[in-house]
Design a protein around this ligand. Sequence first.
Ligand code: TXA
Ligand code: MG
Length: 345
Amino acid sequence: MQTLKIDGAKDREGLALAADIIRRGGLVIFPTETVYGLGANAYDADAARAVFRAKGRPADNPLIVHVDRPESAEEFAYTTELYYRLAESFMPGPLTLILKKKPNIPDAVTAGGGTVGVRCPIHPVAHEFLKLAGVPVAAPSANISGRPSPTAFSHCVEDMDGKVDAIIDGGECEYGLESTVALLLWDDEVKILRPGAVTAEALSCVASKVTTADGLAPGETPLSPGMKYRHYAPRAPLYLLDGKREDAAAYIKGRIKDGEACLFICFDEDRALDAPECASVSLGGKDDVASHAKRLFAALREADTYGASHKLDAIYTYMPGRDGGLSFAIYNRLIRAADHTVIKV
Ligand code: TXA
Ligand code: MG
């Protein structure tokens, strides 16, 4: 399949063509403020099945449905008063709300479940594309299943060239982590199934009660099906170093002395680590958590690219804080990428 490349910022005809491809049952990758999405017409079961095939995604993991404005969800989901209150504060933006679905959304989209995730992106190109499409667009992250989510056009080309009809270039994604996924419960309660840039603290300004599904403990059944898969795994094993930055540096130096070939996903300040044998990729300044989130997936991909042409035994990075906010979302992604391997230093 020849994949059409469209410049989302300049090519209005290209966007109209991409919208047309969606309506006819094709697959289009589009940028959002979180990560790039692999979109299909949410009313078209065959197109939804093609999304699963292109990604190599397990069929029991439901897709999020994207809309141009919160009210568009009325067409295919049972909205509630709490939905509109949350939408008022956080939509458009990096939040997905799970609602009861109407029958017009095929089982192929929701993996047979009775609920549907609704998301209204704020990225201007996503908004324009969704408006032109005129139908809700079901889209998971546009990576091959198990790889880091794509946060740049080049990542989408790397994973999906030749497997989709079109890829719209919208530059680098602003947040770099996927949306917060939240379930709406009775009594004004919101349960976070996947942490993201819309934090528990922010949600609790609108809902009376906000809880977080842990889903991280071994053996626990996650409410969000996607939480049970190993995600974002780089090819070389990734280890999270838990302790002071100096102690992490000393640990890595020790491993290098033992002959290990390693790569350090670090902060700008660590470039003075004095371990020139160790390759490194920076997530930004040590206190710039937004930059850590934005660059995390690209860093994991860079580590893979490095590993493809060099011997690489291990990738190290810091164990993020778990104290809430954006750090908790970073922790949630990294602990999976590392397959729960944390080293105390
Ligand atoms: O930021 C994002 O959310 C990106 C962009 C493209 O919008 N999309 C994304 O989709 O990350 P995906 O499929 O990679 O992750 C969606 C997550 C999965 O963990 C899935 O299990 C969960 O949301 N999910 C989707 N629909 C659900 C539902 N009805 N009930 C529970 N969890 C659901
Ligand atoms: Mg994904």
